[in-house]
Design a protein around this ligand. Structure first.
Ligand code: MN
Length: 722
């Protein structure tokens, strides 16, 4: 545990003129308030706010933040009140403590709504003063460091998941790379210890087989810089297990050599030195094409600046290098917190309003009534980078990267989106699915008669557009199914010489136990019953006049097998629970061509007489399907049964030697996957190709299994097969 004098010393090291008295006052106040309370670790509770304050001095934060850290749990967990704090420490501290308290007050629950509600409060609190978020992140960091003491495993996992989904991305957003890395890796250790262990064991193996490689690379590069009279410090740092894991996830790569997981960093004094170093390196080594990035002339949205490049360096290895000045380096490590180092004493106020992304979140917040929707619509947007586009009048419209003309149209106004027929980018007409780039000027052409198309949803990325298109297509599709049902019944009735009358429809409704005639028509339109079946039942019914009871029997007997769905709604319910957007009564199947699993973007394909088959959006089957009116807009349910499993298919190539298959299947079961089927498709003296069908929870689960497979040394390739 850090001591009072150490805290003061650390603070004084970067802020010599600090008012020691106020820090001591906060220290004593918090210590007294927490009294004999203890943490799960058995430490006195007061050790926690003290450690949080310590973390903030490592970030060289201002005294107000340090005091807030010391006091941050007093209002929530002790008898102390906000009034006490205002009286003793003034308005600024009171507001900061209040902000942090509000965030902590809401215990996070697993339900989407609660999480969304919390996120909403978080956004509101941090937008008034960004230091609230910085203190909260330090608080979370210390709680994550001590999470292993908490006994309740469900609680541990919940906290870790929340950290991964909300706090780590927020840390990244404000540029606190170090905090983000640590939060992610601590969460990773809790959420997927097996995966982390497999990365670590791979690292150990690489360290054993390639000792001193890193030292040699550093030594050689230093020599090159010296030779060219460049003054620079150069270091090599290993990426965290989690960032290695994620890289393997995203880029479908295995790491083969140590330099793959090292980031080499060269820190210089001035900006021109950065480019000089770059020139020297590119002169000495061959560069990897497409890997050079200049974040100095175009900084990232969180303020990050650096030059990135990759070369074939010493020892003929790929080497990733970041080049930056000292100032850039401190911003890269501390993000927004770094500003206090430069602006101390200037009295400038740091509220969240200067961050465009935060303003954007606030706007969405004001427009969405439902917190769940807010979460769905914002999560993606805040985590991806932005592009800035222009209207013909020159107004800037910020959009998430990957946004298309349709997103742009909806960003202007829902009505414009709904009626879009065409778009021009920089004066040239383009397809609506065209992805927008920074600086594009977009003109949207609308028509009163146009309406949203279900196919749009496949290429929009903003929550606003998606929500709007979905709402529209759901209703529209229902209407279409209804019209289709009517015409199918018309035809079928005509064949059996039955009049298409209200009376006959009513009769059919009763025979098939629908609650209304409309439901019957809709059901036929969706393809759950064929018009022929209905007409046939009616024909049989009118020919033989029998009592209602025996009629029921006759029908029951006759349609026992094909109409299982109608008679055992229970069974049907179980299969449809996972999918939103189905109209009640539909039979559901999962396509065997693409094996959709929760997390995939999906679409339903309506087949007459068979109900609906769920495919992935990018399934060839769907892409080659030319009857959009039979595509059904569906999504995975938020409340999936924890125990539900879905079959997915993985293609694995591994080295042909004893034990290979065993280590492959062991990794799958280590990651909690259950093998449903395994098929060898190709076998050479060197390699085996196998398709493995695995029962998984969802996409994330499958990704873990695949990434796990990639850490197995004999696995050459592992990929999802669709
Ligand atoms: Mn706390």
């Amino acid at each position: 545990m850090i001591h009072q004098f150490e805290l003061i010393q650390k603070l004084k090291s970067y802020m010599p003129e600090v008012d020691e008295e106020s820090i001591n006052k906060a220290y004593v106040f918090a210590m007294k308030a927490h009294g004999t309370q203890v943490r799960a670790s058995g430490d006195p509770y007061f050790s926690h706010p003290l450690e949080v304050a310590g973390i903030l001095t490592d970030m060289r934060m201002d005294p107000a933040s340090i005091i807030t850290a010391l006091l941050h749990d007093t209002v929530e967990d002790t008898l102390a009140t906000l009034e006490d704090i205002q009286k003793l420490f003034g308005d600024e501290i009171m507001h900061l403590v209040d902000g942090v308290t509000k965030l902590s007050r809401i215990e996070l629950q697993s339900e989407e709504t609660k999480q969304a509600e919390n996120f909403r409060k978080l956004v509101l609190a941090m937008s008034s003063d960004i230091r609230v978020l910085i203190v909260k992140l330090a608080d979370r960091l210390h709680n994550m460091r001590t999470l292993h003491y908490v006994k309740d495993n469900a609680k541990q996992r919940r906290i870790a998941r929340e950290t991964m989904e909300i706090y780590a991305p927020l840390a990244e957003r404000i540029g606190m790379q170090g905090v983000k890395d640590e939060l992610e890796d601590l969460s990773f250790a809790m959420l997927n210890p097996e995966a982390r262990e497999s990365v670590l064991s791979r690292l150990r193996y690489l360290h054993e087989t390639s000792e001193n490689q890193v030292e040699t690379i550093l030594f050689e590069m230093r020599k090159v810089l010296d030779k060219n009279n460049v003054k620079a410090s150069i270091t090599g740092r290993e990426k965290t297990p989690f960032s290695i894991w994620r890289k393997m996830h995203m880029k479908n790569v295995a790491f083969e050599q140590l330099s793959d997981i090292m980031a080499f960093r060269i820190v210089v004094e001035e900006i021109p030195d950065c480019y000089q170093v770059l020139g020297v390196l590119h002169g000495e080594y061959s560069l990897m094409p497409g890997r050079f990035k200049d974040y100095i002339s175009t900084p990232k949205t969180n303020g990050y600046k650096s030059l990135h490049t990759s070369v074939i360096g010493p020892l003929n290895q790929r080497v990733e290098i970041q080049i930056r000045t000292k100032d850039m380096h401190s911003v890269a490590e501390l993000g927004v917190a770094a500003h206090w180092q430069y602006k101390q004493g200037s009295g400038s106020r740091h509220d969240g309003r200067q961050y465009a992304w935060l303003r954007g979140l606030l706007e969405i917040l004001e427009q969405t009534a439902n917190p769940e929707e807010f979460l769905e619509h914002t999560k993606l947007e805040m985590f991806s980078d932005q592009v800035f586009c222009f209207t013909p009048k020159g107004d800037v419209i910020p959009l998430p990267r990957g946004a298309t003309c349709i997103d742009f149209a909806y960003a202007l106004h829902s009505d414009i989106g709904d009626h879009t027929v065409a778009a021009r980018i920089n004066g040239r007409q383009v397809p609506l699915r065209t992805v927008l780039h920074n600086g594009d000027q977009i003109e949207i052409i609308t028509s009163k008669t146009q309406s949203p198309s279900p196919t749009w949803e496949r290429f929009v990325v903003t929550g606003k557009a998606r929500a709007r298109i979905r709402r529209f297509t759901r209703q529209q599709q229902k209407n279409q199914f209804f019209e289709l049902g009517k015409s199918l019944l018309h035809k079928a009735f005509a064949k059996e010489n039955i009049d298409y009358t209200e009376g006959n429809l009513k009769r059919a409704q009763e025979i098939f136990h629908f609650s209304s005639v409309d439901d019957l028509i809709l059901d036929v339109g969706q393809g759950n019953h064929s018009g022929k079946d209905i007409a046939h039942a009616l024909a049989t019914d009118t020919k033989t006049v029998i009592s209602a009871e025996s009629l029921d029997e006759a029908i029951e007997h006759k349609f026992d097998t094909p109409h299982e769905d109608v008679k055992s709604p229970r069974k049907k319910k179980r299969t449809t629970l996972s999918i939103n957007g189905l109209i009640p009564g539909m039979a559901v199947h999962y396509a065997a061509c693409c094996h959709p699993i929760p997390g995939d973007d999906i679409v339903g394909l309506v087949i007459t007489g068979k109900g609906v088959t769920i495919h992935t959006f990018d399934c060839d089957h769907v892409l080659n399907f030319h009857e959009p009116e039979r595509l059904l807009d569906v999504s995975w349910s938020h409340t999936l049964d924890e125990k539900a499993r879905f079959v997915s298919r993985v293609h694995v190539t591994f080295v042909n030697k004893a034990g290979s298959l065993a280590s492959t299947t062991t990794m799958i079961s280590k990651q909690g996957g259950n093998i449903a089927n395994l098929k060898v498709t190709h076998r050479t003296p060197e390699f085996w190709d196998v398709f493995i069908d695995i029962e998984v929870r969802d996409q994330e689960h499958l990704d873990s299994i695949i990434a796990g497979l990639r850490t197995v040394p004999i696995v050459a390739q592992a990929e999802r097969s669709k």
